[in-house]
Design a binder for this molecule. Structure first.
Ligand SMILES: NC(=O)c1ccc[n+]([C@@H]2O[C@H](COP(=O)([O-])OP(=O)(O)OC[C@H]3O[C@@H](n4cnc5c(N)ncnc54)[C@H](OP(=O)(O)O)[C@@H]3O)[C@@H](O)[C@H]2O)c1
Length: 304
């Protein structure tokens, strides 16, 4: 048997229960990972309350989670890229568990430069940030506005954009301004008057804007970039439909090759993962509560 967090009905964080489930085994093309750390995502709380059934239907009992870091401890038929004992990070459906079976393709070797918590903070944030900047075709010399620059995705997006040679302006709460500056962006406080505050620090204007927060960021972004062409959101589906800008939906378990840029920057010491808070595995409910409350810079991580 192996430990897992399950929920068997929709509801508040207290529906999450620590339990024992039968040990899973790796099928063809899969490996089994002994999980050391799990990244927490806002989506998991939305799924838990039943708000995402149209997109991610739930079968009870359900194990939450998308991403993990740990050690390969079983290798399925046909897997040649990973071996037992490899330290990995990546995607695994139902990652709030001691043992997770996932596709070998969904995992990358963990860089030695980062610890388990930092490794678990990378997959979703790293892939989403790169996908967002790619969709906006951000290139060297441009100025990009990143909404939610203090968040898990935004923190990585700022650093990837800086590494691509862009000047970055990042929105965050007043409490997280210095954190955003430390990532390499010029921080501005979100909320009313945002357009004026951004204009005051963007001497050559804004070329592109990525909404990685989801709070009324699209309209000011259109105003600042002068159109809808170089505005995109990962977090505001209604706003995307209302204003005609792309909503960048991701795959549930993308290939780990999507992390190439981020992993290269980690090796070059040009990308830092911020773990805002860690929680013991048994306190997954507290971790999701903190995720819903928000405002902590970087990522929340469960440790096993
Ligand atoms: N489409 C996709 O593929 C995809 C992938 C990953 C995540 N997402 C979504 O993207 C969003 C961000 O994810 P995350 O993991 O980075 O979340 P997160 O770590 O909780 O970050 C949330 C960000 O929103 C900011 N924020 C909070 N309240 C705000 C307000 N009232 N006005 C403006 N900004 C505000 C926060 O700033 P402060 O902390 O400074 O207040 C923080 O920068 C979530 O909605 C998530 O579900 C989408």
């Amino acid at each position: 048997m192996a430990k897992a967090i399950i929920f068997s009905q929709f509801g508040g964080p207290d529906v999450l229960q620590l339990t024992e489930v039968p040990e899973p085994h790796a099928g063809p093309g899969e490996v089994r990972v002994r999980v050391h750390a799990v990244g927490i995502n806002p989506l998991e709380s939305q799924i838990r309350v039943g708000a995402m059934e149209a997109v991610f239907p739930t079968t009870f009992p359900s194990v939450p989670g998308l991403e993990l870091a740990g050690v390969v401890n079983e290798v399925g038929e046909g897997v040649t890229t990973l071996a037992v004992g490899d330290e990995v990070l990546g995607w695994g459906a139902g990652s709030y568990a001691e043992l997770v079976v996932t596709g070998a393709e969904q995992l990358a070797l963990k860089p030695a430069a980062i610890n388990w918590e930092e490794a678990a903070a990378l997959p979703v944030a790293g892939e989403t940030a790169a996908r967002g900047l790619d969709a906006l075709h951000v290139v060297s010399g441009e100025t990009v506005l990143i909404h939610g620059a203090s968040g898990a995705v935004g923190s990585v997006a700022v650093q990837l954009a800086v590494a691509r040679g862009a000047t970055v302006i990042g929105t965050a709460s007043a409490a997280n301004q210095e954190y955003v500056r430390g990532l390499g962006a010029t921080p501005v406080v979100y909320g009313e008057g945002l357009v004026e505050r951004v204009r005051a620090v963007a001497s050559s204007g804004i070329d592109a804007a990525l909404d990685a927060a989801g709070y009324d960021a699209i309209e000011p972004s259109i105003e600042l970039t002068g159109g809808t062409e170089r505005v995109a959101t990962i977090a505001d589906a209604p706003g995307s439909a209302q204003f005609g800008v792309p909503f960048l939906a991701g795959a549930a378990t993308p290939p780990a090759s999507s992390l190439g840029e981020a992993l290269g920057l980690i090796e070059a010491r040009a990308l830092r993962l911020t773990v805002a808070q860690t929680f013991p595995f048994a306190q997954a409910a507290d971790a999701q509560t903190a995720s819903v409350e928000g405002h902590l810079p970087g990522k929340l991580v469960l440790v096993l």
